[in-house]
Design a binder for this molecule. Sequence first.
Ligand code: ZN
Length: 268
Amino acid sequence: MMWADLLPANLTNADCVARAARLQHWRIRIAQIPAIVRRQERQLVETNMPTLKAAIIPVTPLQQNCAVIWDDETKVGAVVDPGGDVDQIVAALGETGAKIEKILLTHGHVDHAAGAAELKERLDVPIVGPDLRDKFLLQSLAAQCKAYGISSGRDVLPDTWLEEGDTVAVGPFTFDVFHCPGHTPGHLVFVDRKLGFALVGDVLFQGSIGRTDFPYGDGPALIDAVRTKLFPLGDEIGFICGHGPGSTIGEERRNNPFVGERTQAEIR
Ligand SMILES: [Zn+2]
């Protein structure tokens, strides 16, 4: 399990320096975590502001980054994209002390959603998202599981569909909902601009973007969504993505070989 602690954006100068460094923590693996957590907890006392904590549990053979996010004070939080390995997710919840109020889904792929039905039953919480346009994927999760050799995944439908412009609360935090299709038709991204934090699923990765070679994939739509919806959020936004280490919008805007500025310049 990988941990990260995230603070709101409107901090003092000294805090901002610390925060810029903190965004890199998502790239730090388990062995370095205890020192980070100690530093962050001192920071929390200094700032006296709500702190979002996050734990990442790689699930399924596809090693998808299931994320647990929660408010450090009230412990209220959410599980994002429980693709499978529900026992591991529940064990992580025990370690974090997070009190889960909902399950968020970015999109309907098996490694993100196939554990949602079981986790919903075990936690007795609602499933929120993705966009209705991923319904056909959520209704074929069991079949997707067979294709990918994943056991025990089930079809699921959310209690609430989300769409562009909606907001979704997690404890004291408010995430804006962005529809970013291309990887799947109903893919959503969740952004808390005050925190400077986003959950981008399989839209954008460190140095890459989500694959679009599915029958329903749309490469131009994905690139358009990243450039017109995610990049304008600001360079300081840090994100957790569906696979591999997180990054910042600024880093990807400058250097991402698929969608960054250099690529854009070449296309022109
Ligand atoms: Zn996906």
